[in-house]
Design a protein around this ligand. Sequence first.
Ligand code: 5AD
Ligand code: SF4
Length: 546
Amino acid sequence: MSTLPIITLPAQASSSDGCEGTSTGSLEVATLNSDDLAAAASGDSASDVVKTQAGTALSPDEQGAPGQRDHNGKLYIETVGCQMNMLDSELVVAALRREGYELTSQPDDADTILFNTCSVREHAEHKIYSALGRLKHARKQRPQQVIGVMGCMAQKDQSLIFDRAPHVDIVVGTGQMAEIPGLIKNARKDRERALAVSLDRKAGTRREVSASFQSYDPLREPEMRPSPYQAFVRIMFGCDKFCTYCVVPMTRGPEQSRLPSEILAEVAHLAGQGVKEVTLLGQTVNSYKCVENGKTWRLSDLLAAMHETPGMLRFKFVTSYPRDMTDDLLMALRDLPKCSHYIHVPLQHGCDDVLSRMKRGYTTAHYREMHQRIKEYLPHSAVSSDFIVGFCGETEESHQKSLEAIREYRFKNSFIFKYSERPGTKAQSLFRDDIPDDVKKRRNQELLELQNEISEEDNAAFIGREVEVLVEGPSKNAIKKADSSLKEQLTGRTRCDRIVVFDGNPRLAGSLAQVVVHDVTPTTLVGSILTREVQHGSSSLLPILV
Ligand code: 5AD
Ligand code: SF4
């Protein structure tokens, strides 16, 4: 295991002048640079370096029984961003629950508050800084409280977070999540601030930088997952594509694939806990490549191996990169019945000039060729995309090409984003963010409306058809109503990832059900269940009244 660049800082007096203010100049961390971090990483920093081993659990003595400890044991965590962040939060919560913490949905109740952050767009960062600002006064009344900022914004802004929100105690980057329990404990005990981040991409050799972004995927406990039947498994972390608009290569570090043996053990472990559906995660998940014991593993090999796991019903993966959609992967999806026929493979833009400025590494012709191959191997598959509108220099004509692409590919759905200039990206230094916000908004709306029309039309083709649904549990409506009646609205997904809602017994959760569709919206199929008896789990046949 590598030595971690963790630097502790003396706590600043809490009379500081506000969250949004500029630096008070009193923080020693303001001078922290990549040399400090490199020195800390190599273990010979003159700085005050604290090292905590990943997964180190505090003994019950250290932790304190509820009556003895110096905090109320309540943890509030807010997560912004992608599935990677959801997984990281789940793992951090699991580690803290093992140490006696319990979750609360009320920040006012919590002596420990964590924000798991996203830096992909500025708006996501604003939300976090505003939330931090709201905590400033309450923090003064609670000297025992620890506030932590973790994830992408922590890695990107580092000590700037202490400048903007001086009441924050710990800042923990994406590669240092395992340190969180120890850092919280130290922060509470010594009232010292701590910054735990990985090396800058240019602060060392690739090996050194990669090592500073630790994989954090300890084995989990079933009750930590949002749904007992579904789990995320990270197979890669980091990204080397360096699209000009994107901060992820900086915030998540170099692309690294996890060992197949580790991944397969995690999947088997999850199956043993009753998980039925695994979603494999990676920034460019289909670029997965790892050599273990002389054998090169690609995503297709991983899927084939995990397909044998008893009890598992479905495998999905997100997010794919268009140039790495190889035939072996498409054949695996065609031949392995538990694989979802859903591929999220972002085009980002319909115009070659824009794609080139984005440095996406492909043209619209490449994407078309890839899309044709998907449809040849998997004629009934669903493809979805991300789009960015208002990227630097986007003309009305180039925007029209994104609309044309949505018409051409008839994506199941598209995630559409207004371009947000990000510090440290190539786009920021090379181009001017020259599209006014009202134009970005209008273009966003145009893409959204067209996509919704297409989604609704394509969903309508399902009316009268029977679909196989992996049941997830009560729908959002049912949860809101908290209806205790036996029959309630359930939700699940088809093999192509279409959301289906229907009335049924909540005990169907985690099993496959046949549903006939009788109505649709752009996002949802509405149906009635046909199944009378379902196989629940791998070994028992349970008759379920539907
Ligand atoms: N501005 C807007 N959208 C962005 N994305 C990534 N970076 C930016 C940015 N600077 C979008 C891309 C990516 C998705 C996760 O977020 O579409 O696929
Ligand atoms: Fe960002 Fe591009 Fe990497 Fe996706 S592939 S994470 S958009 S740099």
